[in-house]
Design a protein around this ligand. Structure first.
Ligand code: NI
Length: 145
């Protein structure tokens, strides 16, 4: 909301799209709740596209949230994950560990740094033997209004 106010004057423009696509878009708008209308959802989508584009630029300073799931019994997995994080301690903001059950662990690792570096470290972590699943979400406060 604060960001919408920071944008100042709103400019109207018209958009043409196939009827079927518009119907699907209106369903999306409805799912996002009563506080959202077509214009607000379009603004959200445009910001999302701009942020994705910005974080893909080499040299962009980004924040990354990496979620991984692993079996802590798998050989050396915890030690390897620990070593990778110490090797890049300047980029690791924090790590949260959840014991899902007797075997499986979930870790959320927050990284900050240059876009390419964040992806390289995230790939190294996800690529560690024993890590079953992992996903990185990258964002930035950047220039996007
Ligand atoms: Ni655990």
């Amino acid at each position: 909301m604060a960001r919408d106010q920071a944008m100042g004057e709103l400019t109207r423009f018209s958009v043409a799209m196939p009827e079927g696509l518009l119907m699907q878009f209106d369903e999306l708008v409805a799912r996002r709740g009563v506080a959202k209308n077509r214009s607000e959802v379009i603004r959200d989508l445009v910001r999302d596209a701009l942020i994705r584009d910005e974080v893909d630029q080499v040299g962009a300073e980004v924040m990354g949230t990496l979620t991984i799931v692993y079996d802590h019994h798998a050989s050396d997995v915890q030690e390897t994950l620990h070593n990778i994080q110490h090797a890049h301690y300047g980029m690791i903001v924090t790590t949260s560990h959840v014991h899902i059950d007797e075997d499986m662990c979930l870790e959320v690792i927050i990284l900050r740094g240059e876009s390419t570096d964040v992806r390289i470290v995230a790939d190294q972590i996800v690529g560690t033997k024993g890590v079953k699943h992992g996903g990185l979400v990258v964002t930035t406060v950047g220039q996007v209004l």
